[in-house]
Structures are given as structure tokens and as C-alpha cells.
Ligand binder design. Structure first.
Ligand code: MN
Length: 207
């Protein structure tokens, strides 16, 4: 019985065109995200078998595989919801206020986030997150699917900077991919995540 299952996209594969092609979305969701879901389930099954067998000699391997694949599943679930064919424009309300309070202005946040995304060495994600200790927003570089992100932060807006997310559409011109993403950013989804993070997250990790 699989613990994790692949969610449907909340829109058609081609819904984000011309910013992200239907071909990229289909490959990304049906092959890459599928592989992370399968990998997370496999890791859990292997760990259960290892416990039952009393042989935890490969525990490091499976813990690494679990973190990578569950990270991949988590990240893509957030990413699909963070994008919308009706997206773009600018954040409003509490999200707009939080961005201004934490970064100075939306333009400064965009420049910071873009530089963070373009600066990732290797594969990873650019992340706007809510820090549950300070109550402020932070921008982070997440390496691979799981590295370099403090556990007390809650992701709000994540952009996939793995080559599989943009290469067929933009080759190596990551700046054009990033520019395209602003046109499909679903700020309503991000604002909902912030409201939930503020309501439930503050003080949850560090009391
Ligand atoms: Mn991806």
C-alpha cells in the first residue's frame, strides 16, 4: 500500500503556455514527479523491511533516498500549485505587506529571488519561505530536492531550477525562464500558504 501518490496537475499540461510548454509540463509531472513518488515509497518500504529483518546496515542509503524523493514529491506539489494560467501580476493584502516588511519592496524581493535562483550551483530550487521563529519571510536556495533549508521554515513559493524544468523551452537561458515564471506566479496560492503559516507555524518548531 503506497503511502505517497502522484497528484493530478490543477490545470491542463498546456495551460501555462507560452511560458512553460505542455511538453515540459507533461514530462515534468508524468515522469519526474512520478519518479519521486515511487522513490519515496520504495525508501519507506526498504526501511520497514530493514526494521523487520533487524538489518539496518543500509540505513544511510535509504534515509538519503527518502529525503531526496520525499523532498522531490513535496517540492513539486508546492510548485504546481504556485503556478496558474490566471497568475501573474503582484501580490496583494497580507502577502504584499509581508514582502514589503521583509524585503523592502516587491521589486527588491523579485531581484533577490531571481539572483538566488540564477545563482544555484547545480540542481535545486529557489524558495520564498516563512520563518516560524522570526515571523519574517526569507529567500533560500534549496539544493537537489532537500538540502540547505532550515527545518523551521515553511515554503510558500518555490521555483524549480532543475534543467528538466526549463531546458526544452529555454535551453540554458535561465533568466528568460525566470521572467516567464512571474507571469504565471499564483499569488493567491502563495497568500493562502502565508496565512496558514502565520496561523499555525509561529513558534511551532522553536517554542
Ligand atoms: Mn522538477
Amino acid at each position: 500500500m503506497a503511502v505517497y501518490t502522484l497528484p493530478d496537475l490543477p490545470y491542463d499540461y498546456a495551460a501555462l503556455e507560452p511560458y512553460i510548454s505542455g511538453r515540459v509540463m507533461e514530462l515534468h509531472h508524468d515522469r519526474h514527479h512520478t519518479a519521486y513518488v515511487a522513490g519515496a515509497n520504495t525508501a519507506l518500504e526498504a526501511l520497514a523491511a530493514a526494521r523487520d529483518d533487524g538489518d539496518l546496515g543500509a540505513v544511510n542509503l535509504w534515509e538519503k533516498n527518502l529525503a531526496f524523493n520525499l523532498g522531490g514529491h513535496t517540492n513539486h506539489c508546492v510548485f504546481w500549485a504556485n503556478l496558474s494560467p490566471a497568475g501573474g501580476g503582484r501580490p496583494e493584502g497580507e502577502l504584499a505587506e509581508a514582502i514589503k516588511d521583509s524585503f523592502g519592496s516587491f521589486e527588491k524581493f523579485q531581484a533577490h529571488f531571481t539572483a538566488t535562483a540564477l545563482g544555484i550551483q547545480g540542481s535545486g530550487w529557489a524558495v520564498l519561505a516563512y520563518d516560524s521563529i522570526s515571523g519574517k519571510l526569507v529567500v533560500l536556495q534549496l539544493f537537489d530536492q532537500q538540502g540547505n533549508v532550515p527545518v523551521g521554515t515553511i515554503p510558500l513559493f518555490m521555483v524549480d531550477m532543475w534543467e528538466h524544468a526549463f531546458y526544452l523551452d529555454y535551453l540554458n537561458v535561465k533568466t528568460d525562464y525566470l521572467k516567464a515564471v512571474w507571469n504565471i506566479a499564483n499569488w493567491q496560492d502563495v497568500a493562502g500558504r502565508l496565512a496558514d503559516a502565520v496561523a499555525r507555524g509561529r513558534g511551532l518548531i522553536v517554542r
